[in-house]
Design a protein around this ligand. Structure first.
Ligand SMILES: Cc1ncc(COP(=O)(O)O)c(C=O)c1O
Length: 429
């Protein structure tokens, strides 16, 4: 049987970089017939040695009083499973500042479970806009049904603005709250200062009973290029469907944070909501993690070239990419403070409006016209009519998600082939 914590510290050289540890960390081959790669543990339930062991295991799982097992035991796959435990331990390697991880059946499952596990009726979620369309839908249409109020604020707001928002919206409500940031924002790539949000929360919380959590959706830059827990986030949230999975063949999510929040709160919610992924998806993600650093580095290098090339094209009026932020601007200062690299998501506006955007998308040959992002295949989409089509049209335009915009996720194809494809499609606009 495989179990991360038993081997940690004994075999794992802690001073190695994550990519050096990731393919072996948290798993002991001796416990699985010597298999180098963890087998897929499809079993939905796990046999207790004795009834006493079973009782102790449940006490630990449900945080009940009385003696607990010395090492956490496996019970039932809706609570946990060896493949998922190994995956969680390996994801922690990539997230400095986080102690634990919980994986989910999708990014939306990760966001929903985290919020419903931490907030109650009367709670407030204040979120930066824009956010991914599904997240926006959850905040506008579902959370209010559970008595959780949701308040949008502009991505890029500073500490003073966030503090004023907390005083106005959370102060009188009296309940716990969450500041939810998506940075860079999907699809505009606007950055919000994670450290500034942390300091606003700390100032607001002085002498108050409220707990205000800081959750950061780090999907766009992924675990390689931004480390929100180090910058003060309580929760780092991923759609693992994107860069972590990386091959457009698995839907998953992940949340990282302190042992207390992940183990005592969010995993309890996950057990009851049943939002854990399958062992097979855990296996796929473990396989993907081995190449995370290589894939994301290759995607980054191509994206930098593509963004620079796009910014020189006559058909393109503006390119939104963190790597092109002009020196001296506020956005660039945030970038320098919190991002390690600009990533591989690019949005741009076409001179010819929606007809040009559609012509461009319809003429792509190598890149595929599909939503989602972060995979080895270059993907292109039209946010206004696809991923963000549910947003109020006036608000959407104000946020810059208008008909002229195309979003690109750069894959691992040869950079010159990507540029050649974009060039021939641009010439059709
Ligand atoms: C930034 C961001 N967060 C969350 C999600 C939701 O993830 P999933 O589709 O895995 O549920 C997405 C999906 O595109 C996203 O782009």
């Amino acid at each position: 049987m495989a179990k991360g914590k038993r081997v940690r510290g004994r075999h794992a050289p802690q001073d190695c970089r994550p990519e050096s540890l990731v393919s072996t960390f948290g798993y002991s081959p001796q416990l699985s017939e010597g298999a180098l790669v963890p087998p897929i543990f499809l079993s939905s339930t796990f046999v207790f040695r004795t009834a006493e062991d079973g009782e102790r295991a449940f006490r630990a799982a449900y945080h009940l009083k009385g003696p607990k097992p010395r090492t956490p035991s496996l019970i039932y796959t809706r609570l946990n499973n060896p493949n998922l435990e190994i995956l969680e331990d390996r994801l922690v390697l990539f997230e400095p500042g986080a102690e634990r991880c919980a994986v989910f059946s999708s990014g939306m499952a990760a966001i929903t479970t985290s919020i419903l596990s931490l907030l109650e009726k009367g709670g407030v979620v204040a979120y930066s806009t824009p956010v991914y369309g599904g997240t926006d839908f959850l905040f506008n249409h579902f959370l209010p049904k559970f008595g959780i109020r949701t308040v949008p604020f502009r991505a890029g707001s500073d500490a003073t603005q966030i503090l004023a928002l907390l005083e106005r919206e959370v102060g009188p409500a009296g309940g716990d709250a969450m500041i939810f940031l998506e940075t860079p924002a999907n699809p505009t790539c606007v950055l919000t200062d994670i450290g500034a949000a942390r300091s606003a929360i700390d100032r607001f919380s002085r002498g108050r009973k409220h707990t205000v959590y800081l959750g950061v959706d780090n999907t766009f830059l992924g675990p390689m290029w931004q480390h929100p827990a180090q910058l003060g986030a309580d929760l780092v949230i991923y759609s693992a469907t994107k860069f972590i999975g990386g091959h457009s063949d698995v839907l998953a999510g992940a949340v990282l944070g302190s042992r207390k929040l992940i183990e005592d709160r969010i995993k309890v919610g996950r057990t009851i909501f049943g939002t854990i992924p399958s062992p097979f998806d855990g296996y796929l993600l473990l396989r993907s993690l081995d190449t995370l650093q290589m894939r994301m580095t290759a995607q980054l290098k191509s994206a930098e070239s593509v963004a620079r090339w796009l910014s020189r094209q006559d058909e393109v009026t503006e390119v939104l990419y963190p790597g092109l932020l002009p020196k001296g601007t506020l956005q660039r200062k945030i970038y320098d403070r919190q991002c390690l690299q600009p990533g591989s998501m690019i949005s741009f506006y076409l001179k010819g409006g929606k007809p040009a955007a559609f012509r461009f998308l319809n003429h792509l040959r190598l890149a595929k016209l599909a939503v989602s992002l972060g995979s080895t295949t270059t993907l292109a989409e039209h946010p206004a009519s696809m991923t963000h089509s549910d947003l109020d049209p006036t608000e959407r335009n104000e946020l810059g998600i208008d008909d002229r915009m195309v979003r690109l996720s750069i894959g691992t194809e040869h950079c010159l082939d990507i540029i050649a494809d974009l060039k021939q499609a641009l010439r059709q606009t």
